[in-house]
Structure formats: C-alpha cells, structure tokens
Design a protein around this ligand. Structure first.
Ligand SMILES: *[C@@H]1O[C@H](CO)[C@@H](O)[C@H](O)[C@H]1NC(C)=O
Ligand SMILES: *[C@@H]1O[C@H](CO)[C@@H](O)[C@H](O)[C@H]1NC(C)=O
Length: 209
C-alpha cells in the first residue's frame, strides 16, 4: 500500500498519506470503542444481603406499640459494568419493615458517593432501639406473636436511591427489596448461619437505566 519509489518528495507524500490513514483508523476505532463502551447496553447494579444478625426483637406495648431490636446487616452493592462507574445522586437508604410496617431507616451511602466499574462495596449497618414506635395494629401484634413463637422473624429491607452512570444524563432509580428471615440469637451464642439473599430490583421504566 505504502509503496516506495521515485523521488524523495514522492516518498514523503506516500508516508504522509500512510500516516493520515493510520491516524484516521485510530480515531475511528477510538470513537467506535467509546460509543460501544459508554453508549452500549448497561447492566443495573446488584444488591444483596451477605450477612445479617438479630440479637433482640421484642414487642413493647406500653405506652405505645414499639419494637426493641438489635439488627446488623452486611449489604453489598455491586456495579457489574466493566467500564462505567455510577455516582449516587441521592443518599442510598435502607428501610426495615416488619409485617409491612416500617420501623427503621438507615442511610447506606451518601449523595455524591461513587462506585467504580466492576466494584463491589460492603456496607455494615447496625441498628438498635429500646423501643421504636411502629404502627403494627392488632394484626401486626398477632403476626409478631406468631413469629415470636418460632424464633424466626421476617423482616423486609427496602433499598432506595438514585444514581447516574458515567457520561449519562439520566438519573436512574434504585428500588430493591430484600426479604429476610432472621433467626433470633442471643448475643455471643453460636452464630446463626445466614444464607445470602439477593435483593429483587424493580424494573426501571426508563430504557436508559
Ligand atoms: C443491643 O444494643 C445495645 C446498644 O447498642 C446494647 O447495649 C445491648 O447490649 C444490645 N443487646 C443485645 C441483646 O444485643
Ligand atoms: C416472645 O418469646 C419470648 C420467649 O421465646 C417470650 O419471653 C416473650 O414474652 C414473647 N413475646 C411476646 C410479645 O409474645
């Protein structure tokens, strides 16, 4: 392609054409790569509960219905994209509820926090209360007694937030629910084995998320 030959200036001309072609190819390849990496399909973040422990879960009925609890969670957030990072636009929060009634909200990640491509971050969340008011009602109290008799409590963790992908404008919602079955264990007692729970993410109605 880049033949040699005749005069010196012909050689220079050939060489310049070659150079132009090579630079052109590099630019085209670069643009295509950027489009593929940043404009290609995205994979949503993955959220799971790796570990959880419940050392106290008691119903307080006076003066009002409340729950006294000590609950710790190891919540992981994973960004499966291999080149695209995410940045939280709103604080990432976890809300705990029993029998559909929220009794605790925990901030997981702050606004502005970033999660690089292929990165996983583990958040260790510990909450306790001597009595946090909760609108269980009669039905909820009955459910509590029922589960209390088995020693296993069903607590749902709902994770909510908003984030943006690198170089994208759209703000994407995170709405995940993690149904947990927690065996009540005395502190210091032989630790209860917890099976990792993958949280279910709500499908986004925005095709850019
Ligand atoms: C619960 O947490 C409180 C304060 O963090 C601590 O004083 C108490 O011993 C804990 N109780 C249980 C049963 O883990
Ligand atoms: C829950 O169970 C414990 C013992 O397993 C018992 O001491 C406690 O009174 C029960 N609480 C309620 C509200 O039934």
């Amino acid at each position: 392609m880049c033949g040699c030959c005749d005069g010196f200036w012909d050689k220079v001309k050939d060489w310049l054409i070659c150079l132009a072609i090579v630079i052109g190819l590099i630019i085209v390849t670069g643009v295509v790569l950027i489009i593929v990496i940043f404009g290609g399909p995205l994979r949503h973040v993955k959220i799971s509960v790796e570990d959880a422990s419940l050392t106290r879960f008691a119903l307080v009925t006076t003066p009002t219905t409340a729950l006294a609890y000590n609950l710790t969670l190891a919540l992981t957030v994973r960004n499966p994209n291999w080149a695209i990072g995410i940045k939280h636009n709103k604080p990432l929060e976890a809300a705990y509820s029993f029998d559909g009634q929220p009794f605790e909200r925990v901030q997981v990640a702050d606004k502005g926090e970033k999660l690089g491509p292929r990165k996983t971050v583990v958040y260790h969340l510990a909450s306790s209360s001597e009595g946090r008011g909760v609108a269980l009602g009669n039905a909820g109290e009955a459910e509590f007694r029922k589960e209390n008799a088995t020693g296993v409590f069903q607590v749902e963790v709902a994770v909510t937030g908003k984030f943006k992908y690198t170089l994208r404008k759209t703000k994407c919602k995170i709405e995940a629910t993690c149904p947990l079955k927690l065996q009540l264990a005395a502190p210091g007692a032989a630790s209860v084995v917890f099976q990792k729970v993958d949280c279910e993410l709500a499908k986004s109605d925005d095709k850019y998320c």
